[in-house]
Design a protein around this ligand. Sequence first.
Ligand SMILES: CC(C)(COP(=O)(O)OP(=O)(O)OC[C@H]1O[C@@H](n2cnc3c(N)ncnc32)[C@H](O)[C@@H]1OP(=O)(O)O)[C@@H](O)C(=O)NCCC(=O)NCCS
Length: 150
Amino acid sequence: MTIVEVTNPDKYPMELLLLADPEEQAIQAYITRSKCFVKEVDGNMVGTYVLLPTRPHTMEIMNIAVEESSQGKGIGQQLIHHAIQTSKELGYTCMEIGTGNSSIAQLYLYQKCGFRIVSIDKDYFTHHYDELIIENGLQCRDMVRLQQYI
Ligand SMILES: CC(C)(COP(=O)(O)OP(=O)(O)OC[C@H]1O[C@@H](n2cnc3c(N)ncnc32)[C@H](O)[C@@H]1OP(=O)(O)O)[C@@H](O)C(=O)NCCC(=O)NCCS
């Protein structure tokens, strides 16, 4: 599994990161305080995730994305397992991740990887995003927060 950390800010995979978070300004705000990892296949970046330490002992996966043509092949799951392993090695004991109420596949994937729903930030997306987000025929309104101890 070739998953490596990107240490040069000029090399952050912005196109991939924007798949998970449409607001570049928001990404720029957290990425400088985070660690960014990419999965490469034949020299191409096909997936990414970003880890942000949010509280003592707690690491949040802020962004996870796999390029469209490589989705559904298990790469997302590999990235999450790598994120958990990396955080453990750095001494963290709690992982968090958040997603929209309408992100059905993501909610499935995160729970399959051991996360449990711990809270709902009602109207997070309605308040923080200018554009209406519709996914799977549902309006994305609420942030579902998930957590697991590692
Ligand atoms: C979310 C994302 C990272 C998952 O990556 P991926 O490589 O496609 O995920 P995997 O192939 O590891 O799939 C994991 C599981 O989800 C399932 N899955 C994938 N897409 C699905 C869908 N649309 N509906 C239901 N299940 C789905 C897979 O079948 C797999 O389950 P299985 O192992 O039981 O078969 C990827 O789809 C993506 O980049 N999406 C756009 C960005 C995004 O939404 N990021 C998250 C923001 S919160």
